[in-house]
Design a protein around this ligand. Structure first.
Ligand SMILES: NC(=O)c1ccc[n+]([C@@H]2O[C@H](COP(=O)([O-])OP(=O)(O)OC[C@H]3O[C@@H](n4cnc5c(N)ncnc54)[C@H](O)[C@@H]3O)[C@@H](O)[C@H]2O)c1
Ligand SMILES: [Fe+2]
Length: 383
């Protein structure tokens, strides 16, 4: 069996690393950029830190900054129009997962205009051409979209979020600069950090996991378990660790898939605009408990990564329970909600939520196959 791994051509890490962008643009021969970002980031001057570097060397660019959280199809179509109107030859994504994902869809459609409706990109669309080159600058320590082959778009009309995966969309370069993330409010750091933890744990236990992806996920779990509390409280060293750990998780899960937490989080985003990381944080420990019996020794490793004493020698059932409790305790300590009612879910919506989760592409990676009835039960237990 052939195992495929896809990563960025080039990636930079560390505080201040965005300063490499002008020389990389020149080295690659680009002539004009479309910067894809969002309004909050423009207003708070985060996007401006990158455009100031472009101004400094006189590199031409335009900015498209209408991207909304849980980005809708319309954001992608407007971004394609902005790229074409600008006459640009490179995309620079400055933002969290929403601008990153919008940027990927824009780059793919410009290079493959037959997918201009956006909906036809769902799943693994057969695009023929690589995306317009993307330089990805994340401003949250969470999605790792800068190093994944995935993007997630919301179909507002049909009330669904859909996942696209396409090797053609991998950004050519990622610049993971923790200073670009430092202005995020505490609640955003918590939510995005829990997204990263979910990637690491779902990626570690997903059906397609193998030795190489395990290395990334286990390391990411260790670092996130040790750093997320302090990073949320603004500690710069912990924030630097989180920036790296979320990327390392992305190097794994992008290549092997996720599971039921993401499958269930996507409808919560589509129905109630629940922030993605908040939804994952609510679901992660309960879904780990649901999956426990189908994860072999892996939750023992998760418990050990969280520093549970004796994790490697205690009975397996106990180690699995300890891993679930360690994640639940972290989620509680961070103040993430623990019920889906907190994001607006109601009993009446449970059948529709469960059906959408069952059909979500991430469900296929779950280590324990889950029926619609079992997913309904899980959602109900969290009301
Ligand atoms: N492509 C992937 O592989 C992948 C993986 C997981 C999630 N996602 C998707 O990514 C999206 C979530 O992304 P996200 O959690 O990074 O948030 P986001 O991009 O949706 O941003 C949420 C809010 O935080 C603000 N923000 C972002 N960075 C900030 C900063 N440094 N300072 C102040 N405010 C800041 C934004 O302006 C926005 O208002 C969802 O749509 C999710 O489905 C994609
Ligand atoms: Fe995610």
């Amino acid at each position: 069996m052939a195992q495929r791994m896809i990563w960025n051509q080039t990636a930079y890490f560390g505080a201040g690393s965005i300063t490499v962008i002008p020389e990389e643009l020149a080295r690659r021969g680009f002539t004009k950029a479309l910067v894809v970002s969002d309004k909050v980031l423009v207003e708070t001057g985060v996007t401006g830190r990158v455009t100031a570097l472009l101004d400094g060397v006189g590199f031409p660019y335009e900015v498209y900054s209408d991207v909304l959280p849980n980005p809708p199809i319309e954001n992608v179509q407007a971004g394609v129009a902005a790229f074409e109107a600008a006459g640009a030859d490179v995309l620079i994504a400055v933002g969290g997962g929403s601008p990153q994902d919008t940027c990927k869809a824009v780059g793919i459609i410009v290079a493959n205009p037959e997918f201009a409706d956006v909906r036809s990109l769902e799943g693994g669309a057969a695009t023929k051409n690589p995306s317009v080159p993307i330089i990805a600058v994340p401003t949250t320590a969470g999605t790792a979209s800068e190093t994944t082959i995935n993007y997630v778009i919301t179909d507002v009309e049909r009330q669904r979020k859909f996942v696209c995966f396409d090797p053609h969309d991998i950004p050519v370069m990622a610049v993971v600069d923790p200073e670009m993330m430092s202005s995020a409010p505490r609640a955003l750091k918590v939510a995005t950090g829990l997204d990263a933890l979910t990637h690491a744990i779902e990626g570690y236990t997903t059906a397609g996991a193998w030795e190489l992806s395990d290395l990334f996920h286990l390391k990411a779990i260790q670092v996130i378990a040790a750093s997320l509390r302090d990073a949320a409280d603004g500690d710069p060293a912990a924030a630097e660790h989180m920036a790296l750990a979320q990327y390392v998780a992305g190097m794994g899960y992008s290549n092997v898939g996720l599971g039921l937490v993401h499958a269930m989080a996507h409808p919560l985003g589509a129905f109630y605009s629940a922030p993605h990381g908040v939804a994952n944080g609510i679901l992660l420990a309960p879904v780990m408990a649901f999956n426990a019996a189908s994860t072999g020794e892996k939750l023992r490793d998760v418990a050990a990564a969280f520093g549970v004493e004796g994790a490697h020698t205690m009975p397996l059932e106990e180690a699995r329970a300890a891993a679930v409790e360690a994640v639940a305790a972290l989620t509680r300590d961070l103040g993430n909600p623990t019920s889906i009612t907190a994001v607006g879910a109601t009993e009446a919506d449970v059948p529709a939520l469960a059906k959408a989760a069952f059909e979500d592409v991430c469900a296929g990676g779950n280590p324990r196959p889950a029926s619609v009835a079992e997913i309904e039960e899980l959602f109900r237990s969290l009301l």
